[in-house]
Ligand binder design. Structure first.
Ligand SMILES: Nc1ncnc2c1ncn2[C@@H]1O[C@H](COP(=O)(O)OP(=O)(O)OP(=O)(O)O)[C@@H](O)[C@H]1O
Ligand SMILES: [Mg+2]
Length: 194
């Protein structure tokens, strides 16, 4: 009896494992994009799951707050869970602010290239604040949310993301198209529906 290997998993699934790591400010569109990409990949028959910052904070990371060390620990745990998905041959889509470069680099280091794709869901702070989908910016400006990314806590934008998206200019469909093309270019999913 031999352990189930990556090649066997790939043959059965028809695609490779991967981690699509979406970073960006609150309101930039990470969750929106992650869910749309999940739908597109699922409809192609892929094993895919979203690891979203909000969801994780209700369970796996419910003990953590929003100080920088706690954010680092939050991102470390998500990176480790994403690694397990990768090893299971799944496509993990991570949507979490992950404000610090060093934390994202640590998550990348867990996954062999080219299976880790860092996506910067870029959007000007003013646009995120105008969208304010969860009313968080309003609360942060009122002083009710200390350590809010982009206002009272830093955001270190990726210097060289694998994919740079401008969510103030592109549609969600265009963004999904870009990411799907990148997954195909890297040989993670096939060019055509299998
Ligand atoms: N091109 C786009 N891509 C993604 N979202 C967009 C785009 N254009 C407009 N939006 C809107 O911007 C908002 C983004 O909210 P979303 O919850 O996805 O942000 P988020 O990055 O996950 O924030 P948080 O870090 O607080 O979870 C949604 O209301 C979405 O409909
Ligand atoms: Mg979100």
């Amino acid at each position: 009896m031999t352990p189930v290997g990556a090649a066997e998993r790939r043959r059965r699934a028809g695609h490779d494992g991967a981690v699509v790591w979406i970073t960006g400010l609150s309101g930039a569109g990470k969750t929106t994009l992650a869910q749309a990409l999940e739908r597109a990949l699922f409809d192609r028959g892929c094993g895919v799951f979203v690891l979203d910052g909000d969801k994780v904070r209700h369970g796996l990371c419910a003990d953590l707050g929003f100080s920088l060390p706690e954010r680092s620990e939050n991102v470390r745990r998500i990176g480790e869970v994403a690694r397990l998905y990768y090893e299971a041959g799944q496509i993990a889509i991570v949507s979490v602010i992950s404000p610090l470069r060093a934390d994202r680099a640590r998550a990348r280091a867990l996954i062999p290239a080219p299976h880790f794709i860092e996506v910067h869901c870029d959007c000007p702070l003013a646009v995120c604040e105008a969208r304010d989908p969860k009313g968080l910016y309003r609360k942060a400006r009122a002083g009710l949310l200390p350590e809010f990314t982009g206002i009272t806590s830093p955001y270190e934008a990726p210097e060289a993301p694998d994919v740079l998206l401008d969510s103030a200019a592109a549609s969600v469909e265009q963004e999904v198209g870009r990411l799907m093309a990148e997954l195909q270019r890297r040989g993670i999913v096939a060019d055509s529906i299998h």
